[in-house]
Design a protein around this ligand. Structure first.
Ligand SMILES: Cc1cc2nc3c(=O)[nH]c(=O)nc-3n(C[C@H](O)[C@H](O)[C@H](O)COP(=O)(O)OP(=O)(O)OC[C@H]3O[C@@H](n4cnc5c(N)ncnc54)[C@H](O)[C@@H]3O)c2cc1C
Ligand code: SF4
Ligand code: SF4
Ligand code: SF4
Length: 545
């Protein structure tokens, strides 16, 4: 048995030895070399060709891997840290041992690019068209990047003093260091994007027409904190989680006292509680009205928060807050899954109450714009990401969708393609999606066990008291190992199995990197090549009779 150099965990067979007579005419089925869509690619909201860049990374071709990655996502070092990596929930390898740690390899490539100062590709020649982007969060930045690469002159107007949106003013530095955010934004601006900070847009149509822009992409995010009426006395200190996180970023954290209670069950609540601990609170307690299973927060964040000593009070609802004393009602879940108060109350000691109960979009700049429709407090867009107002596109948190950075970046690229087409008077049609390489297409026998690499983590004492980054990156050796765990779902990795196993030597090698072809004069349709392909890159199709 031999193993291709880059797939040490894949077993391959020796070459066959017979070359039989022409047998093709007996066939009822014929093999086809195929390229299926890997589940990770299908699941990545940023539209990355994950399987493609992993394949390059496992050859040690890091620059080429990074270039493949940033064809879709200009923020890999950010995303390798902050993305909730739905790609890994879909990864076929999880049925063998554990999912490939895609985000960790992505982070490795992103960090390597920053260290090596790799630059983005050169933009196409100028089209003479100007595009306005409103909001310098991940969605606006991604749209600006892709539009600038297509030769358009892009100006981003940002309300806040610095670019980054929630990557800077929401996600704490212990999860996303700001030098990483700054460097990846810098590379986007270097493509030729103009950024105007402290420049809120108040009249969007006026800004488009007055600035001579031919189209606009709006990505203003969801920055209005939800409010609830909590019976309280004037002296009680209640702060909003977003304000807390933003003030910490601005270097002016509020006084929170020794004991902090945070109301909410999402990532913002956890970020606020973990931040409170780092600001010096001895006790930080999450108050959530449902159970842990219902918490919208990401499981890893909950785990890290618990490790850091954040207390969790599930099934508790806030009833009253006075200085030093938060009264909560115990809740219960009925057989239908509904949550009810029990009439039982208890007290949690708290100097500050932090509210993290969701965010809304500030829709004021869209009021009165012809064709713009609002449903459930978000702006409606069509399949092109265009609002009902011609030339006004929108994406990210302000449109109906999941609210994550990866979704925001995916919207940015999709909008850019459609804006580009719109400016040319054309329509962009996404390419048809191939069949997904399901686990049934994989031959697990050919892959040996290889445990997922664990990222190093900062020691607990430093985690609780400093804003230093919690998760560490992979070493080059670990990143290579991790990339090589990829099964290459649905795409040939030139293991030579089909070539070796074919009884009629009907599989013809075209040379390194060129793949294989089937010589149908010799193939008798036995299907051995399909059955023995490790990764589902061959399919048998019925022969036209
Ligand atoms: C605390 C917190 C933690 C999070 N953690 C994660 C995480 O770990 N992983 C993840 O995937 N997602 C996370 N999210 C969600 C994620 O940050 C958002 O989904 C994402 O940032 C949305 O991108 P966006 O570009 O649509 O909006 P934003 O990032 O909100 O950016 C919008 C930008 O528009 C600007 N703007 C607003 N109005 C105007 C105006 N009128 N004129 C000019 N500029 C304007 C804003 O100042 C802002 O810079 C988190 C969110 C929060 C609040
Ligand atoms: S952006 Fe997120 S979903 Fe996409 S490959 Fe990276 S970690 Fe996975
Ligand atoms: S094994 Fe590789 S190609 Fe397959 S889903 Fe996982 S990361 Fe993607
Ligand atoms: S098609 Fe499958 S069996 Fe043939 S070389 Fe490629 S990965 Fe190996």
């Amino acid at each position: 048995m031999i193993s291709p150099a880059t797939k040490p965990f894949a077993i391959t067979l020796d070459e066959g030895s017979s070359r039989a007579n022409h047998t093709g005419s007996w066939r009822t089925r014929r093999p086809e070399m195929t390229a299926r869509l890997s589940p990770c690619d299908d699941a990545c909201p940023a539209g990355e060709d994950v399987q493609g860049w992993l394949a390059l990374a496992e050859e040690g071709e890091y620059r080429a891997a990074w270039e493949r990655l940033v064809q879709h996502n200009p923020l890999p070092a950010v995303m390798g840290r902050a993305c909730y990596h739905p790609c890994e929930n879909a990864c076929n390898r999880r049925h063998i041992d554990q999912a490939v740690s895609i985000h960790a390899v992505e982070r490795f490539l992103g960090d390597l690019a920053l260290r090596e100062k790799w630059s983005a590709p050169a933009p196409l020649s100028p089209t003479g068209k100007r595009v306005l982007v409103v909001g310098a969060g991940p969605s606006g930045l991604a749209a600006a990047y892709h539009l600038a690469l297509r030769g358009h002159a892009v100006t981003i107007r940002e309300a806040l003093p610095r670019a980054g949106g929630m990557m800077r003013y929401g996600i704490p530095t212990y999860r996303l260091p700001r030098d990483v955010v700054d460097a990846e934004i810098g590379r986007i601006l270097d493509v030729g994007v103009t950024l105007e900070c402290n420049s809120p847009v108040e009249d969007i149509v006026g800004a488009i027409e007055g600035g001579g822009f031919s189209a606009c992409f709006a990505a203003v995010g969801a920055h209005l904190a939800n409010r609830v009426q909590i019976p309280t006395s004037d002296a009680a200190r209640i702060v909003d989680a977003l304000d807390l996180l933003r003030d910490v970023e601005g270097g002016d954290p509020p006084r929170i006292g020794r004991r902090v209670a945070v109301v909410g069950g999402g990532n913002t609540a956890l970020d606020a509680a973990r931040t409170a601990k780092r600001l010096g609170a001895d006790e930080a307690t999450i108050i959530y009205r449902r159970t842990r299973a219902h918490m919208p927060a990401h499981a890893l964040e909950v785990q890290e928060a618990v490790e850091e000593g954040i207390q969790m009070r599930w099934l508790r609802a806030t009833a009253r807050f006075d200085p030093g004393k938060l009264v909560v009602e115990r809740m219960e879940v009925d057989t239908q899954g509904h949550v009810h108060g029990t009439g039982d109350f208890e007290t949690v000691e708290a100097d500050t109450l932090v509210l993290a109960i969701g965010q809304n979009v500030d829709l004021s700049i869209f009021e009165g714009i012809a064709g713009v429709h609002v449903t459930d407090r978000v702006i409606e867009v069509d399949s092109r990401m265009m609002t009902g107002h011609a030339g006004l596109f929108a994406g990210g948190d302000m449109v109906p969708s999941e609210r994550t950075i990866a979704v925001a970046v995916g919207h940015g690229e999709k909008a850019a393609r459609n804006v580009d087409a719109y400016l040319r008077g054309e329509t962009w049609a996404p390419p048809p999606r191939p069949e997904i390489a399901a686990f049934e297409h994989i031959n697990p026998w050919y892959y040996s066990e290889a445990e997922r690499t664990v990222q190093p983590a900062l020691d607990l004492a430093r985690r609780q008291r400093t804003f230093a980054e919690v998760q560490g990156g992979l070493t080059a050796d670990n990143a290579l190992f991790e990339a090589r765990r990829c099964l290459s779902c649905g795409n040939c990795f030139e293991c030579d199995n089909c070539y070796g196993v074919c009884p009629d030597n009907a599989v013809i090698k075209l040379g390194p990197g060129k793949g294989f072809r089937i010589d149908l004069d010799f193939c008798k349709g036995c299907g051995l090549c399909e059955a023995e392909c490790p990764c589902g890159a061959i399919r048998m199709v019925p022969e036209a009779l």
